[in-house]
Every structure is written in C-alpha cells, then in structure tokens.
Design a protein around this ligand. Sequence first.
Ligand code: SF4
Ligand code: SF4
Length: 167
Amino acid sequence: MTKGLAKSGAISKEELERYRVYPSEERLRKGPVAIIECIQEIPCDPCVHSCPQKAISLKTLSALPELDREKCIGCGLCIPSCPGLAVFLVDMTYSKDEALVQLPYEFLPVPKVGEHVDAVDREGNPKAEGRVVRVRIDPKTNRTAVLAVAVAKDVALDVRGIRREIG
Ligand code: SF4
Ligand code: SF4
C-alpha cells in the first residue's frame, strides 16, 4: 500500500479511487481523455482556462478541478498549463497493443522522437519500456514539454513519467 500524496509526494491507488481520477472503461474505449490527478485544494486554475472545450471547471478557486469527460476531446492543451504537473492524457485506442500516455516533462535534454525510455509509475518505479512518439513544446505556454509515450495497454493507467540513460 502506498502512503499517499501528503506523506510520499505520490498519489496513492486509494486516493485515485477516492477522488475518482480514472475515467470509466467505456470512456477510455471512446478515445483520448485527460486524467487530472489534482487532489489538493489550493487556489489554482490554469487548467480551466487552457481548455477550448470548457471541459474543466472549478466550483470555487480553491476547489478541486472537475472534468467533464464527455466534453474532453483529448487535445492535451491542459497538460502544460498545470504548474503542479498533475495533468495527463491516456489514449487506449492508440493501437491494438499499445496505449499512448501524454505527460509533462521539465528536464533537459528533451527526449527525441523514437527514443526508448523506461516508463515509470508515480513513485518512479519502472513499469515497462516506452517509446517516445511525439514531443510538443508550445513557446506560448511555460515551455513545459509534453511527451507522448507508447506503452503496453496494461500499464497505461500507472505510467506517469519516464527515466532515461543520458551518456
Ligand atoms: S485534453 Fe483538451 S479538451 Fe480535454 S480537458 Fe484537456 S484541454 Fe480540455
Ligand atoms: S492547474 Fe493543475 S494544480 Fe492547478 S487546479 Fe488545475 S490540475 Fe490542479
């Protein structure tokens, strides 16, 4: 059992369930969808303003963001907007065997397309091999890179980072 965000810095499975972070199986089958792993009530709202579909809302500035998954079209614009690096995107329809996980990345050098990486979970544990298939850096935002990483479908809801050898 993991300790949870307040104690370990990594959101736990229990918290993911309690805050209903994961989309339903049915929604995952429809295509890419944002996954907002934000469970701390802090005054923050860039994700709300980043979404062209108005799929993210807040009841008050310090409330947790709410995602209308039926409005979400999986564009990923909310990912680099989040200063807490708490927004991800999962596309279970990417291919027969692989899912695409999009995640924020703030280290240098930025990976290259085609690079093979260790795909790691929220606590940094390796889960599978990943392949970088797209790198997006929007200079109009805060220059946080968004990596699209192909991984086996069975780890797509656990993979939230990458680790690489830089030699
Ligand atoms: S992925 Fe796009 S449509 Fe979905 S919540 Fe994020 S910004 Fe909105
Ligand atoms: S921008 Fe990030 S930290 Fe701020 S409310 Fe949205 S998801 Fe939470």
